[in-house]
Design a protein around this ligand. Structure first.
Ligand code: GDP
Length: 296
């Protein structure tokens, strides 16, 4: 029960060590273990299916190297393919090379960590010598406006004033004009979330997108979301054409398989990882670290 993938695969390949090529039969047993590990990490089952097929075609017929055990060899193939699937090596930095003020729109379900991530991102951009402005556009959860203002005070970063009776699209449009007049080079929009996707929310987000023409639309996803992450991410991507993902709560128990699923289904890169509640708990995302975490 406490064996890791490496031990399990060594058992599967016990008879094959140091000789011959990997056959359909022993690769099949190994891939059963790989499939379980991915499902336990909450990777979407459809994504797992496609992935395992890819690894099978690469592994069968591979000569068993003297230097690695067959198990290690399969793990290496799995590792490399997972990193490739996650876009390892691709540029996943923010695209802010436009005429300022550059707009970044944060979207996602309620509780995913949007407001917190707005604060973290503003802090990160400030450390990169940018001048960010924060915009609270979630008028349905009045506490969200106050929450963002509190974060702004902690960071000494300005948060525009907004009231719950204002139209979120107006708030965003006015904030962008204010940023332009006042010399802010980056504007981060904290938009409303819901417990699930609905048309009203999506229509509003589409209107905000039209009003501020964001360079980045970052979908904030909770790493604990599990199998459902794919549907939610597709829903947001279909309507908004997101440019990237922030995966939050990676400091928890979740293995982060949701990141794999979201990247596989939307094709959009994970750009940042949230690793705690504090404002400095944000990291630029590294595919290989996540893959090591998943494979244990
Ligand atoms: P929103 O509804 O999407 O704006 O979510 P919030 O920003 O209010 O966050 C919801 C909860 O998740 C809060 O208690 C945050 O402190 C917490 N949270 C956000 N990001 C992280 C993270 O990376 N790690 C942990 N452990 N908690 C987080």
């Amino acid at each position: 029960m406490f064996e890791n993938l490496s031990d399990k695969l060594d058992l599967v390949f016990k008879k094959l060590r140091g000789q011959g090529v990997m056959t359909e039969e022993n690769v099949k047993d190994a891939l059963r273990e790989v499939r379980l590990v991915l499902l336990e990490a909450d990777v979407n089952f459809k994504v797992v299916k496609d992935f395992v097929e890819k690894v099978r075609s690469r592994a069968v017929g591979t000569e068993v190297l003297q230097s690695l055990t067959p198990g290690q060899q399969v793990i290496k193939i799995v590792h490399d393919e997972l990193v490739a699937l996650m876009g390892g090596g691709e540029d996943n930095s923010l695209d802010l090379a436009a005429k300022p003020p550059v707009a970044i729109m944060m979207v996602g379900l309620q509780g995913a960590g949007k407001t917190t991530t707005c604060g973290k991102l503003a802090r990160y951009l400030k450390s990169q010598r940018r001048r960010p402005l924060l915009v609270p556009a979630d008028v349905y959860r009045p506490a969200a406006i106050e929450q963002l203002k509190t974060l702004g005070r902690q960071l000494s970063i300005e948060v525009v004033d907004a009231r719950a009776d204002q139209d979120p699209v107006d708030i965003c449009r006015n904030a962008l004009q204010y940023a332009e007049r006042s010399g802010f080079d980056t504007v981060i929009f904290d938009t409303a979330g819901r417990h699930q996707i609905d048309d009203f929310l999506m229509d509003e987000l589409v209107r905000i997108k039209g009003a501020v023409e964001p360079r980045e639309i970052l979908f904030v996803a909770d790493a604990m979301t599990g199998q459902e992450a794919v549907n939610v991410a597709s829903g947001f991507n279909d309507r908004l054409d997101i440019t990237g993902v922030v995966l939050t709560k990676l400091d928890g128990d979740a293995k982060g398989g949701a990141a794999l699923s979201i990247k596989a289904v939307t094709g959009r890169p994970v750009k940042f990882a949230g690793i705690g509640e504090k404002l400095d708990a944000l990291e630029v995302f590294h595919a290989d670290r996540l893959v090591s975490r998943i494979l244990g």
